[in-house]
Structures are given as C-alpha cells and as structure tokens.
Write a protein that binds this ligand. Structure first.
Ligand code: SF4
Ligand code: SF4
Length: 284
C-alpha cells in the first residue's frame, strides 16, 4: 500500500480540487481528508457517512458554582484571562493548562476529556472508502486528529487491500502538515505562480526534505504569470524536485466546482482532464 499526500505551502492553490480529480481517476484506494481545520473534500466527493466517531483531545474545565467560594485563586493563576468575575470559564479562551484545577482549595473546578471534533468513515459518490473529520471551532491538536484520520485510513486500506491511500493534506508547514506527510511514499506539492506561491513552495520543499519524503511539484494556474512559472521551474531544478505538470487556468474548472463536481466528471476529454490523467499515471 502506497500513501500519497497532496500538499501546498499555501492555501488556495487548488490542492483539494486536484486531490478530488485524482480520486476520480484512481482505482482501489482509500481517500483521507487530513485538512481537518478546514475540511472541504467532501463537497466534491459527496460522501455518505457510515460511522461517526468522537475525537477527544486535551482536557476541558468548568467551575461548580455551588462549591466555589469565590476566593479568586483560579482567576489569579490563569494566564489566559479565561475566568470571568462570575467564575465561569470561557472555553474559547481556556488553554487547558489545568492550573485552576490544581489551585482550587474546594475542588470546585472539574476536569473532563475534551470533545475536540469528530471523524467519519464514509463512502464517496463513486463508491470509494473515505475517512474525513471535523475539528471543532478554536480547538488545537489538529495534528493529532490528522494522525487519527491517517490511522483509520490505513486500517481501512488494509481491510480492503487497497493499493493507495490518497491524502488531502493541510496547507502550510505546521504540525498538521507534518502529521500528514510523515512516513508517506510520495508528496505532491501543488503550487501557483504567485510571489506567495513561490515563497511557500520553498518552505514546503524544505519540510519534505526534513522528513525524507520524496516530493513532486504541480504548477496550477501556470499561465497566470509566465515569469513566476519559470522561477518555480528553476527552484524545482535547484532543489532536485521534479515538476511533473503545469496545469493552465480555465474557468470550466470553476464551473465544475460550482456544481460540486470536478472537471473529470464534467469534461473528461478536456485537455486539463487529459493532463490530470497523465499526472496520475506519473504518480502511480
Ligand atoms: S479557586 Fe476554586 S473556589 Fe476559588 S474562585 Fe476559583 S473555583 Fe472558586
Ligand atoms: S485550565 Fe488554565 S487556561 Fe483554562 S481556565 Fe484554568 S487556568 Fe485558565
């Protein structure tokens, strides 16, 4: 089983759209949406949820008003100003450090496992297994949820003897990206010929090298700036990272997205669909 993660140094390059296209070209795979902070692959793959699982991470704290003596010790120690003058903890401001729990003389502060999100085992509209997730607002630990999604995807892939796990990775270079690429067989970096695209491409290539993950590059919307596109090609050469395709901008991709579809579904013979098929052949 080979694990392939589609990543991008920055958001908005077309990473998820390309992942959805590959998911319609490949066979015998499990697809995992590891962009858990802003999951949206489901909008294109339209999965039917089979099972839903709670994801707990960290601790949640609350104050029992009946046993609280209003001594103020918890408020004094809280570095996040998360405890109001009425001694109510604001879950958004609370960092989960547990200091209030430990200083409270009357044991009025209770500690519970924090429900940080959910993950789902589903079947996509083209009848493929999919694992995806939803991290609740203001929750951290998205790296842990990414790891959980990957674990579930791997178990599923083993059960059905899948050849590939296609992973839609998070944007950026932080903890969730690290969790989405560690131990994989191939990273596909989707970039675009803009200054921020170039800046973030260099950083994400560095991350893949740090984790010893082989990487290939796709330049999306390649025709929006010829000079920046050339710069990206030069970076790929100097970083010894193969650029496998340049995908031009075309509004038919947007028109397909508006319908909740990919270009593979709406225009399978279009030159961009043909390029995407070539990309999948290359990755395979
Ligand atoms: S430390 Fe305990 S008793 Fe004192 S104000 Fe805070 S919750 Fe109430
Ligand atoms: S757990 Fe830490 S951050 Fe949260 S309210 Fe208590 S002291 Fe403040």
């Amino acid at each position: 089983m080979k694990q392939i993660t589609i990543i991008s140094g920055k958001g908005g390059t077309g990473k998820t759209t390309i992942t959805a296209c590959l998911a319609q070209l490949a066979n015998n795979y499990v697809v995992a949406d590891c962009d858990v902070d802003a999951a949206d692959l489901h909008l294109l793959l339209n999965p039917q949820i089979l099972t839903k699982h709670d994801f707990y991470s960290g601790k949640g704290y609350s104050i029992n008003q009946e046993t609280c003596t209003k001594c103020g010790k918890c408020q004094e120690i809280c570095r996040y100003e998360a405890i109001s003058n009425e001694f109510i903890i604001d879950p958004i401001s609370c960092d989960g450090c547990g200091a209030c729990f430990h200083v409270c003389p009357t044991k009025a502060v209770s500690e519970t496992d924090n429900l940080a999100g959910e993950y789902y085992i589903s079947t996509t509209k083209n009848n493929r297994a999919m694992v995806h997730a939803n991290l609740h607002i203001a929750e951290d630990n998205s790296g842990k949820l990414v790891a959980q999604v990957r674990k579930e995807a791997k178990e599923l892939a083993t059960q059905i003897n899948a050849e590939y796990i296609l992973i839609d990775g998070p944007p950026g270079i932080g903890c969730p990206v690290n969790a989405a690429i560690v131990g994989i067989n191939q990273a596909i970096i989707v970039t675009e010929p803009t200054l921020s695209g170039i800046h973030d491409l260099k950083r994400i290539i560095e991350v893949t090298k740090h984790f010893n993950v082989p990487a290939k590059v796709i330049i999306n919307k390649s025709d929006i700036n010829a000079q920046n596109c050339e710069t990206i090609q030069d970076i790929c050469v100097s970083e010894n990272t193969e650029c496998i395709a340049e995908l031009p901008y075309d509004k038919i991709i947007i028109e397909a997205l508006i319908e909740g579809k990919t270009i593979i579904e709406t225009q399978p013979n279009h030159k961009i669909s043909v390029l995407l098929q070539e990309i999948w052949e290359n990755i395979k």
